[in-house]
Design a protein around this ligand. Structure first.
Ligand code: GLV
Length: 393
């Protein structure tokens, strides 16, 4: 059959790669202990070690989300898989999902809902602000939705939405509260049970400082009851009722659903252990202190923030506006080439309008904040020179 080979062996170049400091809105750098955990053995999906590992992950996720709920597990996939799982398990075709929309993730939720024939109703505010409860209440009253979707920390805009008491408000109108915490969990206070959140998901590549590819979710009893009474079928791969059996959420099932990636399970447990050993309150404070210092340095260098109100600014991702005429992508490129620091330009509503800088998880240190602030100041100076040459000759 050798003569039948029509595609030759490809020539794979051994490309040189210098890893930059990952200070975009994610992925973030990984903890050294997580890099090590990724080398741990592959486990069979039915052995004791595998179920013990999942039990340890579930205990740590309950701590991370601050919930006593039993329905806590992790989805095989990046944050989008958890978004799709959460929406499609809770809301059926022709049911209504209200979306508090200020950034790209809310638009993604809209897109997912529409693909599943959910009646999705976005209501919007300027992208550099957050919602008032009066506004949300008026929309809940008007639409009486099955659920309200809210993004806690929005990496596309650098805003953080207040959530305390929002569950109670949703429940008053018979709605479930779904929250995206992909870029906030661990870096910003989040209390699932206390705030009445019914469904929450996150991912590993932000504050948890692991690789993307496994995404924790948790559901309240109210959400569980909704799922138990649903008439529709969510996608098989994302069916929380089946996954709950695989994850042994009720302590009496060890079912096979799909083959999970064991290195990702080891890595997730190690990410969670890094937070467990620091404790949530201390890690929230670390992020608040580091971002406070970073913002002080940015102000000293004359940078302006995209988000006008300090209380709306997300601790994990900062959005900065450059003076008129500066090119955001050139700025990002210069930072990478001259400082080996990777920051991002805008995304979704902020594309071409902002820089996005993520200082979180393993990188939430004063040293990293100083390196990024100094690099940004140097970059601005260098681009100002070329800008002046362009304008004034
Ligand atoms: C990804 O999460 C991004 O904000 O770019």
């Amino acid at each position: 059959l050798a003569s039948k080979i029509i595609i030759p062996v490809p020539k794979i170049e051994n490309r040189k790669f210098t890893k930059p400091l990952l200070c975009g809105p994610g992925p973030c750098d990984v903890w050294p202990s997580v890099a090590e955990a990724l080398n741990k053995p592959i486990l069979s999906p039915m052995c004791d070690e595998y179920f013990n590992l999942m039990a340890d992950i579930r205990d740590s996720l309950k701590y991370l989300f601050q919930t006593k709920s039993k329905l806590v597990l992790a989805i095989s996939g990046s944050g989008h898989s958890a978004m799709e799982a959460t929406i499609t398990n809770l809301i059926g075709p022709n049911e209504t999902m209200l979306i508090a929309t200020r950034g790209i993730w809310d638009e993604r939720a809209l897109n997912i809902a529409q693909r599943h024939n959910i009646k999705a109703i976005p209501f919007r505010i300027p992208f550099n602000t957050t919602f008032s409860y009066e506004h949300i209440e008026a929309e809940l009253k008007k639409w009486k939705p099955t659920a309200l979707f809210v993004t806690h920390g929005d990496s596309s805009t650098g805003t953080v939405q207040k959530l305390d008491g929002l569950g109670e408000l949703c429940h008053k109108y018979g709605a479930l509260l779904i929250v995206d915490t992909v870029v906030s969990i661990g870096g910003v206070p989040f209390l699932m049970d206390e705030w009445g959140v019914d469904a929450v998901y996150t991912s590993t590549q932000k504050v948890l400082s692991g690789p993307a590819g496994i995404s924790p979710v948790a559901f309240s009893e109210r959400a569980e009851e909704k799922m138990n009474n649903r008439k529709h079928q969510p996608p098989f791969y994302l069916d929380i009722k089946l996954l709950a059996q695989q994850w042994n959420c009720y302590g009496n099932t060890r079912a096979y659903h799909h083959t999970l990636c064991s290195p990702m399970l080891w890595a997730l447990l190690q990410c969670l252990q890094e937070i467990n050993k620091r404790t949530l309150p201390k890690f929230w404070k670390t992020h608040a202190d580091v971002v406070g210092h970073f913002h002080k340095r940015l102000r000293q260098y004359g940078f302006n923030f995209l988000v006008p109100k300090a209380e709306d600014r997300l601790a994990t991702v900062t959005t900065v506006v450059l003076p008129q005429g500066y090119d955001y992508l050139k700025f990002v490129k210069y930072m990478r080439e001259n400082y080996n620091i990777l920051i991002f330009g805008g995304l979704g509503p902020t594309a071409g309008k902002a820089l996005r800088i993520g200082i979180m998880g393993v990188n939430a240190t004063i040293e990293v904040a100083d390196a990024v602030a100094d690099g940004m100041a140097g970059t601005l100076k260098a681009l100002t020179k070329s800008y002046n040459i362009l304008i004034f000759g």
